[in-house]
Design a protein around this ligand. Structure first.
Ligand SMILES: [Zn+2]
Length: 258
């Protein structure tokens, strides 16, 4: 299933609101507030909630459609709930509603994130390949490797090397959680020290047309990550690629020859 992030809505014939509430972090708070919204007949179009288990307050944020209330009305009615610590309500302007209430964007781990369109980013990476050929591919690969090493170290710190090594298939779903590609299978060969990763819909290769494997940034990222996790130099080859007509991309990690 797709993971949606509210960015903006636009329809000049409709009226939207952005509602952000700070809620008491107690059982039943969210249900109670959703019941209030149901009573107001608000049509919730997209929402997220976040809470730190130790925090006193959590946040619910949503885009809703409604033609009968004013922002002031909604703020007052939602704010009357004993579970609502504070409520902010912003009305669309001529049918345009943009999330101007949240910044920065962050993963739930607290790491700040930036979002980009996958196709635009893939095209940006592809331009380096088109302009600089194999030299460009090396740049993309080195950029990916540097990024992979950095976040690999962050995961190492949080999860530990032993956990990662014994739960690799599960941990590699981090790529899926971030929208890079879907992991359909991970096959480890302990004898040869190789790890094959089946990657579906890899953003770097989707829509590309190539006679050779097309992924350099993601391939480098996997290599940097694996090198950090396994504590020894690894190399990553892309053995199947959707850009050359294969059903999926496949990456094979193996120990780098000395
Ligand atoms: Zn590929």
């Amino acid at each position: 299933m797709r993971k949606d992030v509210n960015v903006y809505l636009f329809d000049p014939t409709r009226k939207y609101f952005h509602i952000v509430m700070e809620l008491e972090n107690v059982p039943g708070a969210l249900r109670s507030v959703l019941e209030v919204m149901q009573g107001l007949h608000l049509n919730v179009l997209g929402s997220f909630s976040s809470v730190d288990s130790s925090a006193r307050l959590g946040v619910w944020s949503g885009f809703v459609e409604d033609s009968t209330h004013s922002a002031w009305d909604l703020k007052r009615k939602l704010g009357a709930s004993p579970f609502v610590h504070d409520a902010m309500v912003v009305e669309s302007s001529k049918g345009f509603l943009v999330d101007g209430l949240h910044f920065p964007v962050a993963f739930n781990t607290g790491t700040r994130a930036v979002m980009m369109g996958a196709r635009a980013l893939a095209n940006m990476l592809g331009t380096v390949n088109e302009q600089f050929g194999s030299g460009g591919n090396v740049i993309l690969y080195e950029e990916g490797r540097s990024y992979g090493k950095e976040v690999g170290a962050e995961y190492m710190m949080k999860l530990g090397a032993d956990f990662i090594a014994s739960n690799l298939a599960e941990v590699l779903k981090l790529y899926q959680a971030l929208g890079w590609f879907r992991v359909s299978a991970v096959k480890s060969d302990p004898a040869g020290g190789t790890i094959a990763i089946q990657a579906e819909e890899n953003f770097e290769c989707a829509g590309a047309d190539s006679k050779v494997p097309h992924s350099h940034f993601v391939r480098g990222h996997l290599e940097g990550m694996a090198t950090t996790w396994l504590g020894k130099p690894m190399e990553c080859r892309e053995t199947l690629c959707i850009a050359k007509g294969d059903e999926r991309c496949e990456f094979v990690l193996s120990p780098r020859a000395a």
